[in-house]
Design a protein around this ligand. Structure first.
Ligand code: ATP
Length: 667
C-alpha cells in the first residue's frame, strides 16, 4: 500500500501531467475509459524522444541490429504457437459485493476476524414486531423462530408431525418477554422465509473493528440479492491470518480465482464467426519471430544479430492501475537478438566464453555463449537508462527466481524503477516495479513457429560446417549428445510424444553437424509508457526560487535530461511591445528550429515565463534584451542570456554560439 506521502507525490505528478498536457485520460468528456490514456502536446514530444533515443541506440549506433514495423493484427495461429491463446492469462477474482475485479496475485494478505453468515431472510414485515423486544430478547426469539422453521420444514418432509408440533412450542422464558405473540411472529417468519437467501457469505474485519461493520456489509450483500430488509442468519466468527480471499477495500468475500485471457479479440472481415476471430497483439515480439527469415535474407546479417521493433500492444488487464503503469493499450520497444547455440560456439571456438564477474563484459566477442550475451544486454540496457537521465540508484536489477521463470527461459533479469507507488521492503526502501525484462529465451520462439507453420527457421552456419569435421570424436559426440538432449527436452515439454521427440531431436542434432540450427534469442523488452512515467516521476522536483520581487517561492521543476526533454529551448523577447526585440527573438527561434524543438513565448513577465518552462521541463531559456540589440554598447550586441533550468544560472552568450552549445547536451 502506498503511504500518504507517496500518494500525495503521485497526486501532484498526475495533476501536473494533466495541467501541463503530458497525459490526459482517454475519452475524458465521456467519463474516461479505464486503462487508456492520451498524451498531450508535451507528452507526445516526450514519448517521441524516448522512442527515438531507443531506436537510435539500437539501429543507428550499431551494425548488428535492423528494424521492423509489423502489423498489429496478425494470423491467429501465431498466438497458438507463442502460447498466448492457452496460457496468457491472469487469475482474477471479483468482489462479491461491488463486483470490482482484481488480479488474484495482487491481493495483499490480511488477518483479522471473519464473520460468516449462512444466509438471510427478508424482514420487511416482521422487523417492526421484532423491534418491540429488547435487543437480547429479540436475538433469542429470532434464533428460535429460525430453528422452529427449519424443524417444521424438515419434520413435515419426513412426515414426523409429532416432532414438528414439539418444535413449535416456544420456550417457557419467552413468557417473560415484552413483545408481540410468538405464534403471530412464526406465521410472518414462515412467510418471510419464502424470500430467503441461502447463499453463504463472509466479511473480514481487521482486529478491533466493531461487529456491526461486518453486519452492515453483509446486509448490503443480501440486499443486492433482492432482500429489501435482510435479517442475517447463522452468524459465526473465526480468526484467520494472511488470507487473500477478501477484498482489502471493504472486507467482502471474493469469488474463487479463475483464469482470464488478456488478449483483446476482434473479427477480421464482415462475418463475426469463430473462423474470423483475431487478436490485437499483446506484444510486438512475435512479429519479429515470424519475419525472422525474411529479414535475415534481405539484411545480409549473420547470427549473432538482432531485429528490433517499436509498436502498440494491447492487454485486457484485469485491473489497470498506478496511472499509466498498467494500461490496456501501450507501446513496447523490443529487441530479439539471435545468437548461436552454445554447442555451435564450442564446435567453432573450442570453448564458450562465460561471464567472469558482474558488470558490462565489453565489446562483443565471437565466442560468447548465451550467458555473456545476456549479461551484455542487461548492462547495455542499464547504460541506456542512465544516458537518458535515470540514475542507476533509481533502478533495481532483479533476477527472476527459478520458480518464476518460464519453462523455456534460461534466465530473466527484470529492470525495475523505484516508482513512488512501489512496495517497500522491510528497511523501508522502495523495491521498484518492472520497466523492462531481459530474457534469455533459448530457441523456444523460433522452434514453436517452425512447428506451427511448418516452415524451417534454421540458419546455415558456414563456420560451424567447416569446424565440425575437425573436432575429435569425443568432442563431436559430446556436443551432439548435448544438443540432442536440449532439443528432446524442448519437444517433450511442448507436448510431443517421447518417440517422436527422440526421432526429431536426432535429426536436428545430425543437422547441427552439417551447420544448421535454430538460433537462440536474448530479448530485452521494454515499455515506452512505463519509461515515460518513470522519467516523469524522476524529473519531478520542487525547490525554492525567487519570484518577480525577489521573494522566495516554491518552484515546480521537471528535471528531464536534455536528450528526452519535450522542448529543448524556450526563446523569449524581454518585452513583447518592442518590435525590435520581437524581431530579433524570432530570428533566434528560426536559427535554432532546424536543430531542436523550440518554444517561443512573449506573454507575461519574464519570471513567469521561466516558471512555465520549468514545469514543462525545458532545459534552456534564451532571453533577447536591449543588450542584444547593442543598446548598451557594441560588446554585448548579438549576445543573449542563456538560462539553465536546474541551476537557474544565467550567462551571456553569442547568438552564433547557441546551436553548437545546446546541441552538445541534447544529442
Ligand atoms: P507485468 O508483470 O508488469 O504485467 P510483464 O512481465 O507481463 O509485465 P512483459 O510481457 O515482459 O511484461 O512486457 C514487456 C514490457 O512491456 C514490460 O516490462 C512493460 O514495460 C511493458 N508492459 C507490459 N504490460 C504493460 C501494461 N499493461 N501497461 C504498460 N506497459 C506494459
Amino acid at each position: 500500500m502506498a503511504d500518504a506521502k507517496t500518494a500525495e507525490l503521485m497526486e501532484k505528478i498526475v495533476s501536473l501531467c494533466k495541467r501541463r498536457g503530458f497525459i490526459f485520460q482517454s475519452s475524458e468528456i465521456y467519463g474516461g475509459l479505464n486503462g487508456f490514456w492520451d498524451y498531450g502536446p508535451l507528452g507526445a514530444e516526450l514519448k517521441r524522444n524516448i522512442k527515438e533515443a531507443w531506436w537510435r541506440s539500437m539501429t543507428q549506433f550499431r551494425d548488428d541490429i535492423v528494424g521492423l514495423e509489423a502489423s498489429i493484427i496478425m494470423h491467429p495461429k501465431i498466438w497458438e504457437a507463442s502460447g498466448h491463446t492457452s496460457t496468457f492469462s491472469d487469475l482474477m477474482v471479483d468482489c462479491l459485493l461491488t463486483k470490482k475485479r482484481f488480479r488474484a496475485d495482487q491481493i495483499e494478505p490480511q488477518s483479522g476476524l471473519v464473520y460468516r453468515f449462512d444466509g438471510a431472510y427478508d424482514g420487511t414485515e416482521i422487523n417492526p414486531l421484532l423491534n418491540q423486544y429488547a435487543p437480547e430478547e429479540r436475538k433469542n426469539v429470532e434464533n428460535w423462530l429460525h430453528s422452529a422453521a427449519v424443524h417444521v420444514w424438515r419434520d413435515i418432509k419426513t412426515g414426523d408431525s409429532d416432532a414438528a408440533r414439539k418444535a413449535l412450542v416456544p420456550p417457557e422464558e419467552f413468557k417473560q418477554f415484552n413483545g408481540p405473540p410468538i405464534d403471530q411472529l412464526l406465521v410472518l417468519f414462515m412467510k418471510a422465509c419464502d424470500k430467503e437467501s441461502h447463499e453463504p457469505y463472509s466479511v473480514l474485519l481487521p482486529a478491533g473493528k466493531p461487529p456491526e461493520s461486518a453486519r452492515k456489509v453483509a446486509a448490503q450483500f443480501y440486499r443486492e440479492r433482492g432482500l429489501q430488509s435482510p435479517n442475517l442468519l447463522g452468524e459465526k466468527t473465526e480468526k484467520i491470518e494472511n488470507s487473500t480471499r477478501y477484498n482489502p477495500e471493504n472486507g467482502s468475500l471474493l469469488t474463487e480465482p479463475r483464469p482470464f485471457n488478456l488478449m483483446l479479440k476482434t473479427y477480421v472481415g464482415p462475418v463475426e464467426s469463430e473462423d474470423n476471430k483475431s487478436y490485437l497483439r499483446p506484444e510486438t515480439a512475435q512479429a519479429i519471430f515470424v519475419q525472422f527469415k525474411n529479414v535475415l535474407e534481405v539484411s545480409r546479417q549473420k547470427v549473432p544479430f538482432g531485429i528490433c521493433q517499436i509498436g502498440k500492444a494491447f492487454r485486457n488487464e484485469i485491473n489497470p492501475r498506478n496511472f499509466t503503469f498498467r494500461s490496456r493499450e501501450f507501446e513496447q520497444m523490443e529487441l530479439e537478438f539471435f545468437i548461436r547455440p552454445d554447442e555451435a560456439i564450442e564446435a567453432i571456438y573450442g570453448s564458450v566464453a562465460t561471464p567472469s564477474g558482474p558488470g558490462h563484459p565489453g565489446e562483443s566477442q565471437p565466442n560468447w555463449g548465451w550467458q555473456m550475451w545476456h549479461q551484455y544486454w542487461v548492462e547495455e540496457r542499464f547504460r541506456f537508462y542512465e544516458s537518458i537521465g535515470l540514475p542507476r540508484t533509481s533502478l533495481v536489477e532483479y533476477w527472476q527466481k527459478s520458480d518464476e521463470l518460464a519453462h523455456y527461459a534460461r534466465a530473466t533479469v527484470d529492470i525495475l524503477y523505484k516508482f513512488p507507488f512501489s512496495k517497500r521492503d522491510e528497511k523501508g526502501e522502495l523495491m521498484g516495479e518492472e520497466l523492462e525484462g531481459v530474457a534469455a529465451r533459448s530457441d523456444f520462439d523460433l522452434s514453436q513457429h517452425q512447428r506451427y507453420s511448418g516452415k524451417s527457421m534454421t540458419v546455415f552456419d558456414e563456420e560451424l560446417k567447416a569446424a565440425w569435421p575437425k573436432l575429435d570424436d569425443s568432442k563431436r559426440s559430446a556436443l551432439s549428445q548435448r544438443y540432442f538432449e536440449s532439443r528432446q527436452r524442448y519437444l517433450i515439454k511442448t507436448g510431443e510424444t517421447e518417440e517422436k521427440a527422440e526421432k526429431q531431436a536426432k535429426e536436428e542434432s545430425d543437422a547441427l553437424s552439417k551447420g544448421y540450427y535454430v538460433p537462440h534469442v536474448i530479448e530485452p523488452s521494454a515499455g515506452v509508457d512505463r519509461l515515460a512515467l518513470a522519467l516523469i516521476c524522476n524529473a519531478y522536483g520542487e525547490d525554492q526560487a525567487p519570484d518577480e520581487k525577489g521573494k522566495m517561492e516554491t518552484r515546480v521543476v521537471m528535471k528531464f535530461h536534455p536528450r528526452i526533454a519535450p522542448l529543448k529551448v524556450a526563446v523569449f523577447p524581454l518585452l513583447k511591445n518592442k518590435p525590435e526585440l520581437v524581431k530579433k527573438a524570432k530570428e533566434v527561434r528560426d536559427l535554432l528550429r532546424p536543430h531542436m524543438s523550440v518554444f517561443y513565448d512573449e506573454a507575461g513577465a519574464i519570471g513567469r515565463r521561466y516558471r512555465r518552462q520549468d514545469e514543462a521541463g525545458t532545459p534552456y531559456g534564451v532571453t533577447i534584451d536591449f543588450e542584444t540589440l547593442g543598446e548598451k554598447g557594441p560588446e554585448l550586441q548579438e549576445t543573449v542570456t542563456l538560462r539553465e533550468r536546474d541551476s537557474m544560472k544565467q550567462e551571456r552568450i553569442k547568438i552564433a554560439e547557441l546551436p553548437p552549445r545546446l546541441l552538445q547536451t541534447i544529442r
